[in-house]
Write a protein that binds this ligand. Structure first.
Ligand code: ADP
Length: 624
């Protein structure tokens, strides 16, 4: 409901401002889109007038002097101009199709760039995700927002030219005099009044009806959104996801999905949209059609009367009727488009609100000194952190300094703050209190990309792409093949690479209907691939968040015993709740409820008999 109020409150000035900004954003993304679309619309709007004018002259000649050379001239002109216009329209049509295809990509990339540009805290936040979901739903299911804007603006210009062309061809209808004796005939005046009345009636009523339709449409959008979510998930996505296939069979989630989908199908028979089509949309559509037929009759009446009373020849009748109807069509299109533009401004405002979400994290500009000796030092100085909107501290007074080349393990129970610690290290969030320093300088003062180049992280929920193996490892389209293979070997995939990757680094990962040649990858293999990708990046700090969670004990053992080879001279930070894997590290930091409660070597911590020893003994029972 608040959306409707919002709509009511948008002034014309705001609507203009919103549309102008959106125009600039779109032009910034693709300069040639509007010139091509607008030219195509203008050509479409004007071409009927060319034939209309020439045919009228031909008919006039045919019904008057009938000079053969003039008749031939008009026929040739009609044929020639029709051919030229057809060619121009076809050419513009091709260019338009191409632009149309491209615009599917660049218009959504506007959101992609914003999401990447946004503070991670904001991107991660439910409010901004919801804003984006609303924008996407409105644009993908009802074309509102950017797609609507991109379509309407060229149509608006086209309609303007249609009106201008119509006026140009119909002015003489009103100025050419009838025979003197007929000038005062009341019938002529009645005819004029009916024609003007008919045109005005259509012009005034059409936008009112369009406005009503738009209002009704907006009112059910909310219901549609929920319906869309259910439909796209339960009606479609649920059955296609490989990862769900086992659960689907085991728990017959398909039956549940079908039921939920049937109960929430706002688009199906009896749904709100169908009711709208049957009711308001059907009725207003019918009224519009009847009115436009009445208007056509009136226009014919007046034009024929003027021809009858000698103002012009029979040929001009078609010209005037055609021009007047087309002009009226153009005006009503203009008015409807303006009304639609007004309605769409609410959705465009949502787009701008999303794009205007401010970044609050301080963006420094210092470059990170590139050191061949990799002498980088990171220090957490009394760092505490609360997630935005949360009252609980996820980290409390963490003090830590990583020695260069050290292997640090971060252990602790679930929810103890390990991942949060890594997120702060990667500057996905800023500490609520305290400071993180790189080589003695607050990390906020560095340029973000520069700072991130020092780290290579395998997050718990890493994602690979269904792209060739080499491109996945290098995270780029070009790569050093030797180094990519070396990283695969270091990550323990030598055997796999030799036996499974039948097309070497060009082997595509994953299999689905669009990439049947791809190979299936198990969870453990995925994890090793993610490790190989992080090694390829070759950053001084290597962070592995639960790097062996999906590995079998043998692979896990293999990774950890070869840790020194893998890590080389990098500073490595492992997060793990499997303590056996931490024995290989120089130092172990034990997290508990957001605090570092112990620090030391495996033996030292065991001897101390504290939290680490408690966790170790608990796990040892299960592994025994
Ligand atoms: P661990 O990695 O040790 O399992 P986390 O660092 O993920 O622990 O979580 C530490 C605490 O922060 C937990 O209480 C968790 O619920 C909370 N937390 C984690 N992510 C978020 C988030 N995005 N928003 C709010 N609280 C979070």
């Amino acid at each position: 409901m608040s959306q409707n109020n919002e709509k009511e409150q948008l002034s014309w000035r705001e609507i203009w401002r919103i549309n102008r900004r959106i125009f600039k954003i779109c032009v910034g993304k693709r300069r040639s889109f509007f010139p091509i679309f607008i030219s195509a619309r203008i050509a479409e709007a004007l071409s009927p007038y060319v034939t209309l004018y020439c045919s009228a002259r031909f008919l006039d000649e045919l019904t008057s002097a009938r000079r053969p050379e003039m008749l031939v001239r008009w026929v040739l002109l009609i044929l020639g101009l029709t051919a030229v216009m057809g060619l121009v329209k076809a050419l513009l049509g091709r260019l338009k199709d191409w632009e149309d295809t491209l615009c599917h990509f660049w218009q959504y990339w506007i959101y992609g760039e914003k999401a990447l540009d946004m503070d991670f805290a904001k991107a991660d936040d439910a409010e901004s995700s919801d804003q984006l979901v609303q924008i996407m739903q409105a644009s993908q299911f009802s074309g509102r927002g950017l797609p609507h804007f991109l379509g309407v603006l060229p149509r608006l210009v086209g309609a303007f030219f249609k009106v201008a062309g119509g006026i140009a061809l119909s002015v003489s209808l009103f100025t050419l005099p009838v025979e003197p004796w007929a000038r005062e005939l009341p019938l002529l005046k009645v005819g004029l009044a009916l024609a003007v009345g008919g045109i005005l009636g259509v012009l005034l009523l059409t936008p009112v009806l369009t406005g009503k339709r738009l209002k009704a449409w907006i009112a059910v959008t909310e219901a549609g959104k929920a319906g869309n979510r259910f439909f796209s998930f339960y009606g479609y996505q649920l059955y296609r996801e490989d990862k769900r296939a086992l659960d689907m069979r085991m728990y017959r989630q398909d039956l549940y999905g079908r039921k939920v989908n049937a109960d929430n199908n706002s688009w199906g028979m009896g749904g709100v949209f169908m009711k709208l089509e049957q009711g308001l949309f059907g009725i207003t559509g019918g009224i519009t059609e009847v009115l436009s037929q009445i208007m056509t009759g009136m226009v014919y009446l007046y034009v024929c009367l003027k021809a009858w009373y000698g103002a012009f020849g029979v040929g001009s009748v078609t010209q005037y009727v055609g021009a007047l109807l087309s002009m009226a069509g153009g005006v009503s299109e203009l008015l409807s488009l303006v009304a639609e533009m007004k309605g769409n401004a609410v959705f465009l405002k949502k787009v701008l609100d999303y794009l205007d979400i401010p970044n609050e994290m301080y963006q420094g500009s210092l470059t990170v000194e590139k050191r061949n000796d990799r002498q980088y030092e990171v220090e957490f100085r009394d760092v505490s952190f609360r997630y935005p909107g949360s009252s609980e501290y996820a980290l409390r007074h963490v003090n830590m300094r990583f020695q260069v080349g050290e292997k640090l393990a971060v252990v602790g129970q679930n929810g103890s703050g390990k991942t949060t610690f890594i997120k702060l290290l990667c500057r996905l969030y800023d500490p609520t209190e305290g400071m993180i320093l790189l080589n003695g300088i607050d990390i906020r003062k560095y340029d973000y990309r520069e700072y991130m180049s020092v780290f290579s992280v395998v997050f718990q929920d890493f994602q690979l792409l269904d792209a060739p193996l080499g491109e996945n490892i290098a995270a780029g389209l070009t790569y050093d093949e030797g180094r990519a293979v070396e990283c695969l070997e270091k990550a323990g995939l030598r055997e796999w690479y030799l036996t499974k990757a039948d097309r070497g680094l060009k082997t595509r990962l994953y299999q689905h209907e669009d990439a049947e040649e791809g190979i299936q990858v198990s969870g453990g293999e995925e994890q090793k691939l993610a490790i190989a990708r992080s090694l390829y990046r070759d950053a001084p700090f290597l962070v592995l968040d639960e790097p062996t969670a999906a590995l079998d004990p043998m692979s896990e053992y293999e990774i950890y015993t070869r840790l020194n080879d893998i890590v080389e001279d990098k500073t490595a930070i492992y997060i793990s709740h499997r303590l056996s894997s931490c024995r290989f590290c120089d130092e172990i930091a034990v997290f508990h409820r957001g605090q570092v409660v112990e620090k030391g070597s495996h033996e030292g911590l065991l001897a101390r008999g504290g939290k680490y020893a408690e966790l170790w003994n608990a796990q040892a029972q299960y592994y025994a």
